[in-house]
Design a protein around this ligand. Sequence first.
Ligand code: SF4
Length: 508
Amino acid sequence: MNVNDAWSTVHMSTTATAVMADTAVENVAIPGSDRAATARLLAPEITRLTGDPSDTAREHAEHLISLAVLYGTHPFTPLEQARTMLGLDRAPFGRLLEVFQRIPALRTAVERGPSGKYWTNTINPLNRAGALDAATYHRTAFPYSVGLYPGPTCMFRCHFCVRVTGARYEPSSIQEGNRIFRSVIDEVPTENRTALYFSGGLEPLTNPGIGGLVAHGASRGFDMTMYTNSFALTESTLARQPDLWSLGAIRTSLYGLDNDEYQATTTKPKAFDRVKRNLRGVMRMRAERGSQLRLGLNYIVLPGRADRLRALVDFVAELNEASPDRPLDFVTVREDYSGRDDGRLSEPERDQLRRTLDEFFDYARQQAPGLRIDLGYALESLRMGSETELIRIRPQTMRPTAHPQVAVQVDLLGDVYLYREAGFPELDGAQRYIAGRVTPRTSLREVVETFIQDNKRIEPRPGDEYFLDGFDQAVTARLNQLERDIADGWGEHRGFLRAARPESDGNG
Ligand code: SF4
């Protein structure tokens, strides 16, 4: 072997070791990983970065891995709590945090942990946009996300829905409401193409002008998702409102997998057959038009239905028969996040789910290849065998200033709601969570700025926590954590993982 060969062998083996170390570190927060072996692999990298001798580096590696596991499992832990758990003084802990930021594989480990979805789906994008800092430091900012709630009514009466039976928006409010929506669409900055979405509140497709609103948003380049029950998504609706094809995605909330389940949930007889017919029709038409519209389902595992995931895959496979070359794009599966007792799965059911989630993925790979499945915050942890629970914000942990810098929702009257589950007409107590009203003379930006600058506060009452959906709860938990870290003197490292690109220190 000549010198060059010898060098390339050494180099290759060094590279192979580094790759092995990276892979081990990236997966270290997944339950069952070998933490001690990973610490041994990580230690040389720490020596390289810090110059620490190998025994000190090994100790640091163990601490860094503990942090990756902690934040990959419990993302909202205050830094002081993490420090106490490691038993470190402030100075060495601060140094450890700095080293953590310099090793990208550790960041990946947190994101691959059982609660990684909180980071990748919610915290990271909001961090990058500066929206969380704006809320933390009480700065004015245009909301990162704007939900438009255009539906005047809904044809279902789901048993878990907070909407008030019979309450609806007057048909006479639709025309003016749609004018307001168009003005809001004009205001939203276009840097974030997914800033706008249509949802409810009530059912968006009950608004006869919905196609025009979609066209207006699409003309500004927004990639908008519509959340709908798809009961009205008939071929004639699409023929009447062809602009619906300009949506980026339609996400159908699926309330069961046969007519009986649908009726038990929505009270509407034979609704399943109709929704299925509609979805098959949209899929066929989408293929014929060569449309880019993404189609997906949102399925909530309600109590008593933990064994239905196989049937969900069968349903997707049946839909795909209508369009074999352009199958359904995605399915999201969620637990009921509301925290209500009647939405919670029993322990035996959670056990059953835990056992069947892998099988569900395998079955989906066979029956609906290419289907993207998103388990969301809590079910992903359950699948990994972790006991992480959904975070539960209570009135005591709600933030009286809410987070309009992050998200607001606008209804047909122009009312700007601070939480996603508050935007229903006549809902008791929800009026308190209206930041203001968009009118021909008052823009959304003005409503939000006035709310922030006037330092308006809503003191939470028992039951108010139900106005927060899973996203609102995650944002609230994150803001509470950031505030705690700053108060504890950890402002520079607030929130543990920082944005991938530099952010301001929040004072500007
Ligand atoms: S959950 Fe949606 S579909 Fe069901 S009643 Fe409420 S608004 Fe209508």
